[in-house]
Design a protein around this ligand. Structure first.
Ligand SMILES: *[C@@H]1O[C@H](CO)[C@@H](O)[C@H](O)[C@H]1NC(C)=O
Ligand SMILES: *[C@@H]1O[C@H](CO)[C@@H](O)[C@H](O)[C@H]1NC(C)=O
Length: 505
């Protein structure tokens, strides 16, 4: 009877038998049947043949024979290039074999073929992108050139501390020139001029020389050694070298007779550094110790509040902002951030009355502190969330009026134009303006890359992401950017191999 059937029918029969074994969990038998089906199937029957390979791959998958899975799926995909099941199975096997690059290409093809509607494949894509990003960032971050951020960034960083000795201008008597005529003292000042010189460079925004001047102070054991250690550590952090910053911070923190303000500031900075390294426990410990040794330092509460926000502990964040405001009623930044914390809490908790209270709070903040750009910026973010685009745009304009050289604001305003009016040209124009103002604005490059992905300009997007990667201020941020870049790169490969393109704007 069997000989009366066509070869294809006999192959189908073998496959059906294989399916029965498969369902019964008899994978070895199933594999034999599929192998028979493959041997019997006429080669021009591509669709059937690809199914047989795909089925055999499924059986190998049950046996965790990943190399065989990849081989059979490859046969299946060659016969039927848009075979989602085979592509996805190969992606999963490639992940097991730790071949992330090819895994990503397969799963990207799957996502596009499924129009980004399948949770499972999107989760795998996301997972592989994160792993790849982390690996690449780890490698690159270690070996990158240290880089001084823009003067705007540095000034804004220092302005987030108010109770901080090293960012205050020098007191009159400390200035070098004014000590000149006094004998004896003058000699001391010249000998230990490292720190004072560093401070002078800071006022002149000549940031590149600060680290070496601090080193002179430290190596000569000058009277400003603690200050110099803290200032040097701060600049190591600013150029992204936490490895170099840590021993300096440790030293200041352990200097029992140093000014407590210096030690508290060092603890804040080490705590923030730990947070960037995803060590929330160590970070919390440092902030708590800072609050213990310098109980009335508003900076401690302000920065601990920001940490609590990152840790999603909103109530505690609000408590810390309140403490900061109590100590420094004119701290506009803390008030604005408190409003934002309350707003996020109300918004995620779906509480319209509380949202309204938070929005009223913002109105109050910008009325009382009309010169605080951050107040307008945070209010604008909340307004955007609430789809009050026109008003959000007005708030960004106020920010720009107050701080015309803050590139970030232009990027936010650009994003708003996209969301509000779907106006790509205006959005891109504003982001280009941001880059013009600050060509080290990584956020601008990242945003531009994201828009180029949406427009289908993958090569341009990759170029932008790479610029952002080279400017990233932390390994975590760099990992995120690598994920974006790899996603765009995988899409280019998929377009080249299969002629598949995701929908564009
Ligand atoms: C720019 O403004 C944003 C708010 O939009 C603020 O968070 C940031 O600190 C400012 N950056 C600089 C460099 O002034
Ligand atoms: C960071 O500082 C350490 C210790 O001073 C040094 O060995 C390393 O080369 C620096 N890394 C970068 C990227 O500059």
């Amino acid at each position: 009877l069997n000989s009366l059937l066509s070869p294809l029918d006999r192959a189908q029969a073998a496959k059906n038998k294989g399916n029965k074994y498969f369902k019964a969990g008899k994978y070895e038998n199933a594999i034999q049947c599929y192998t028979e089906a493959i041997a019997l199937c006429p080669t021009e029957q591509k669709a059937d043949l690809s199914t047989f390979y795909q089925n055999r791959a499924a059986a190998y998958e049950q046996q965790m024979k990943w190399t065989e899975v990849v081989q059979d799926c490859s046969q299946a995909v060659e016969l039927n290039p848009r075979y989602v099941k085979a592509l996805f199975r190969r992606a999963k096997a490639l992940e097991k074999l730790d071949n992330k690059k090819e895994c990503l290409e397969d799963v990207t093809a799957v996502c596009i073929l499924e129009a980004f509607q399948n949770q499972q494949s999107m989760l795998l894509a996301d997972k592989v992108l994160k792993q790849l990003g982390k690996e690449k960032a780890k490698e690159k971050y270690k070996n990158r050139e240290p880089m001084m951020p823009s003067p705007q960034f540095i000034k804004s960083y220092f302005s987030s501390f108010t109770d901080d000795i090293i960012s205050q201008p020098l007191q009159k008597g400390e200035k070098k020139d004014e000590d000149k005529d006094k004998e004896g003292e003058a000699a001391e000042v010249t000998e230990s001029s490292g720190y004072l010189k560093a401070k002078q460079y800071m006022e002149e925004e000549n940031y590149d020389k600060i680290i070496s001047e601090c080193t002179k102070e430290i190596e000569s054991g000058g009277r400003y050694t603690a200050e110099a250690l803290l200032l040097r550590a701060t600049f190591f952090l600013l150029i992204g070298n936490a490895t170099a910053a840590q021993p300096d911070l440790d030293r200041v923190i352990n200097m029992q007779d140093a000014n407590v303000k210096l030690r508290a500031n060092a603890l804040i900075k080490r705590g923030s550094m730990y947070m960037q390294q995803q060590q929330p426990l160590l970070s919390t410990q440092d902030f708590n110790m800072a609050a213990e040794i310098d109980t009335r330092n508003p900076d401690v509460y302000h920065h601990r509040g920001q940490l609590k926000i990152l840790l999603d502990q909103v109530d505690e964040a609000v408590g810390d902002f309140d403490e900061c405001i109590l100590l420094r009623p004119d701290s506009a930044l803390a008030q604005a951030q408190k409003c934002f914390a309350l707003y996020r809490q109300a918004y995620t908790g779906n509480n319209p009355a509380q949202v309204q209270t938070a929005m009223d709070g913002f109105e109050d903040v910008i009325r009382r502190f009309p010169k605080c750009a951050e107040g307008y910026a945070l209010y604008a973010q909340a307004l955007t969330d609430q789809q009050q685009f026109g008003k959000a745009d007005e708030m960004y304009d106020k920010c720009i009026e107050l701080e015309p050289d803050n590139a970030t604001t232009y990027v936010h305003k650009g994003l708003l134009q996209l969301q509000w009016k779907q106006d790509l040209d205006l959005g891109l124009e504003l982001i280009s303006k941001a880059i013009e103002i600050d060509n080290k604005c990584d956020f601008a490059y990242e945003t531009m890359g994201t828009i180029e992905v949406q427009r289908g300009n993958l090569d341009k997007a990759i170029e932008m992401f790479n610029k952002a990667i080279n400017l990233a201020k932390s390994e975590m941020e760099m990992a995120h950017l690598y994920s974006l870049c790899d996603a765009a790169y995988a899409q280019t490969e998929v377009a080249r191999k299969y002629g598949l393109k995701p929908p564009t704007l």
